[in-house]
Design a protein around this ligand. Structure first.
Ligand SMILES: [Zn+2]
Length: 382
């Protein structure tokens, strides 16, 4: 069966009926759940089950939310967890269903001082946005005291994934734009990642093609067909980064989100063009990919072509225009980041783990250089 299709939500009924499942924990973004139409299918299927709901959490998973979810799980002992919503609800579902059953505390596992040795509670994930691809990855993001961690491991992959484009039909334009940008950037970063292999490159290529070709319509004139394409793009980008992880623009994005309140996908997109131009200049001396600079240049050329351009400069400008067309700030300056001190702060708080996947070696200096060029361009453009 195709993993992404309209009407897929009905599978939840079979999953709930199929095995001996009586106690259900819903990790749910209640607003999205009601608005997207999933409640109409899931609520009747929950009849006859004992159901607990965990929905009191903030955007971007925090340790305190994980701990409260685990406490609820320990009281209710669910035999299945259903996570439904955007990336936050999905990541929380992954974290709670996996960490609740371990001998070590959530904090120990998050900080890497203890590992997971028990299988989690069966988990069904149902995204209501087309963007994060969290349903397809074996990691989950969580913040401890403002610091970003990624909990990774094969057992973090959900047991069941339901991607139903119909659930995204009523998604507001702003969320469609930000999450769609995340999918597009994840595809691009995966394609140039040092961890890319034939399989991930196949996923990433298709994700970029679908996202770049449909994001403007998805925001400005959505149809179900366009929504389907964005859901597929997001899911494939998830499969791609599940293999490669993300790179420079994600590494730079976390402080842009936490310090300036800029949604994740938009924060990532702000540095995508500058990093595309930077990576295009890779040489054998600063190449981080063992396949050599020529391999990286081939991948960049592919990205340039997928964006409908002939040069990295043109591709970067096309990307910026696309971001503008969907109503998002397209440069750091437009996002209110205008001073060198602000840039220095962003570069200083870069996520070094993610940056290590970038195909061209970066230094604080080279990053500052690249971002300030774009800052000045942004100012002169307007
Ligand atoms: Zn992302």
């Amino acid at each position: 069966m195709k993993s992404v299709h309209s009407g897929a939500i009905a599978r939840v009924v079979d999953i709930l009926a199929g095995e001996d499942r009586h106690h259900v924990l819903m990790v749910v973004d209640e607003d999205a759940y009601r608005a997207c139409g999933a409640a109409e299918v899931i609520e009747p299927a929950l009849d006859g089950h004992s159901v607990s709901r965990f929905s009191e959490f903030e955007l971007n998973p925090k340790l305190a939310d994980v701990d409260r979810g685990i406490a609820l799980t320990n009281r209710q002992r669910p035999d299945v967890v259903i996570a439904i919503g955007g990336g936050t609800a999905l990541d929380l579902g992954k974290l709670i269903s996996r960490l609740a059953v371990q001998a070590a505390s959530a904090l120990e596992i998050i900080q890497g001082t203890a590992s997971m040795d028990r299988p989690g509670i069966p988990l069904v994930v149902i995204p209501t946005t087309a963007g994060t691809g969290s349903e397809a990855t074996h990691f989950a993001v969580v913040y401890v005291d403002g610091q970003k961690y990624s909990v990774a491991g094969p057992m973090m992959l959900p047991d069941h994934t339901i991607v139903d484009p119909q659930l995204t039909a009523s998604l507001p334009a702003g969320i469609t734009a930000a999450t769609g940008l995340d999918a597009l950037c994840q595809g691009i970063e995966s394609l140039w990642s040092v961890g890319a292999n034939d399989e991930s490159i196949g996923y990433a290529r298709e994700a970029i093609r679908l996202a770049a070709g449909n994001i403007v319509a998805a925001v400005n004139a959505p149809t179900l067909k366009v929504r389907e394409a964005m859901c597929m793009a997001s899911h494939l980008a998830g499969k791609a980064i599940n293999i490669t992880k993300t790179t420079s623009s994600h590494a730079l994005s976390y402080s842009i989100t936490s310090d300036y309140g800029i949604p994740h996908g938009i924060a990532v997109a702000l540095t995508l063009g500058p990093m595309l131009r930077f990576n295009a200049g890779v040489t054998d001396d600063d190449c981080m990919d063992h396949r050599g600079a020529h391999h990286v240049r081939d991948r960049i050329a592919e990205i340039v072509g997928l964006l409908g351009a002939r040069t990295p400069e043109e591709a970067s400008e096309r990307f910026r225009q696309m971001v503008q067309q969907i109503g998002c700030p397209s440069t750091l300056a437009e996002a209110g980041i205008t001073s060198n001190a602000q840039l220095q702060n962003i570069v200083a708080s870069v996520n070094t783990q993610r940056m290590a996947n970038n195909p061209r070696r970066t230094t604080e200096e080279s990053l500052l250089d690249q971002l300030s060029t774009s800052l000045n361009q942004g100012v002169s453009i307007g």
